[in-house]
Design a protein around this ligand. Sequence first.
Ligand code: B12
Ligand code: SF4
Length: 549
Amino acid sequence: MNRILFIIPPYPSFDSFVNPGFNERIVVKKSGNYGNIVTDMPIGLLSLSAYLKKNTAVEVKLIDFNVILNKIDSFEYKSFPELFQEILSSKEWLDFVPDIIGISALFAPSYQNMLDIANIARKIFPNALITAGGGAAANMYKKIFEDSVAFDALCYGEGEKPMLGLLKSADKKEFLKNNHSWITREKAENKESFQYDFVEDLDEIPFYDYDLLKTGESKLSPSIDTFTSFDSGKNHFHYATSRGCPQRCCFCASHSIHGRKMRYHSLDRIKEDFTRLKNQFGAHTIAFLDDQFMADKQRAFKIIEIAKELKLGIFFLTGLALYALDKKMLQAIKSAGVNQITLAIESGSSRVLKEIMHKPLNLSIVKNVVADCRQLGMDTDANILIGLPGETKQDIEESGQFLKTLDITWFRIYIATPLVGSELFDICIKNNYLKGNYTDSDFKNAVIETEDFTVEYIKEKAYFLNLELNFVGNSDFRLGNYNKALEGFENVMRIKSDHAFAYYFAAKCCKLMNLEEKYLTYKKKYQEIMEESVTWRNYAKQFNLPLII
Ligand code: B12
Ligand code: SF4
């Protein structure tokens, strides 16, 4: 029987884990403050495991370093490799010797961790085949083979069929050599081209192998926690009803793994899986990870109905396409208990949306969707991206002006990041726009600099827009919904305990709601921060906030 060990490297780099930036969420451990790591369920690996177990004899184990980093209450290591060495050589963590190691590297920030894990695993398990898959592995293969000799092969695109072929082959090295979905050093050096080998009918993949997880542990820090309306104590399970997305947003790299054609699970199968999640795993909510849940609207309605019939809550972790969100769809979503949705608006400038992002979104639709959500009592989070090549300072200003007119509950302002596999990445390379290490960038760091802006400008502007749209111009505060506005500000305090603007505007809400005791607490904290922090004093000055209330 084959034995596979799947490993998920820490998502962030060591440096960003131990030195989280000013604008980042902090986690306090006995040994100090660290960046927060999200631990959503790795459904790619759960799918792989289920598919392999259905089709061949295999034993599968999973080590998710993100879960481990969240679990330990003190971080005593001088580097991540120290941690990798300890865990991978410990019998307590791993009670078998794997024949195949499969590292899952979906994104570039985990690049160095993926290499370090492979190098260490090569020493501990000299006879194992070391493979990797996911966006970073598939799109960065040339660099990986330059930077490490530990890998036998990297998977091009989705892994179910390539990995099954590998497990079933009598001569594994020969299989890797001849199969077009596996990238080997030799094939890369010969500049061979690679091919996807997708499971076309997703129903061929069995119910995800959720048993591979200690589900309690993956819920230590789910991304759902950042949504104020969601009770993270509830038992939620990640799931994708489809794969693929036909859109061509220039900043996206998803197609480089899943392709652009939509593939679906049947409705019967979805019902079966939801029922099992509820009855066998005690699920309360399904958190969807589809790239394009709205690709087929009638199907989307039916899936929502299935969840409602089963009395399961639903939640969308990825941004929803606005063109599909007419009043009827929003009513259906709301009726399934959704109180908060993420809108993939991306920019308030029509020019940027159309000419730069290649995103067919009409801004008048945005206004209607936001108004309908308010009317239905649904909170809206808007994803906004700034700093793309071709975008000018004037575009960013115009975008900000438009966004200010929307009654969005909370704006998430991101900095354009050149994801490997995206059109944006190719544009940046071609024009020499990269002014930093792109593997470190994760929508918080600015690394793109063009004729129109510097990295410093974009970084500053992103934070300025955040303060302007979420605090100074907060829509709930503006509309007199002080309780709701206060909820948002208090949520920020929990994530960033020295956020001066959160205390200032929370104090204002409390004053207006006659919450005298809270008002005094928040006012005092604001004034303390103003005394201590030059950065916050500067921001206060820019927005004409008093230093003493
Ligand atoms: C859920 C998700 C997350 C979760 C990860 C949860 C998890 N444990 O899987 C969280 C919230 C942590 C996350 C974070 C980020 N994410 Co994200 N995320 C996604 C999302 C929406 C779904 C992933 C998924 O479940 N896909 C469905 C499953 C079935 O596919 P899969 O995971 O890719 O797995 C398949 C293959 O990759 C392959 N495979 C994977 N591992 C392995 C291993 C082996 C050995 C083999 C053979 C094959 C293989 O086979 C699997 C089965 O077919 C994708 C978009 C997408 N559709 O993929 C973006 C995506 C992966 N994320 C992306 C990015 C950029 C990020 C962030 C950098 C940005 C950010 N700040 O949000 C951060 C990075 C982490 C950090 N620094 O904090 C990009 C990555 C692009 C790139 N080239 O770098 C994507 C593709 C989104 C996009 N539109 O471009 N993300
Ligand atoms: S960002 Fe979303 S809508 Fe745009 S191409 Fe990627 S998955 Fe599709």
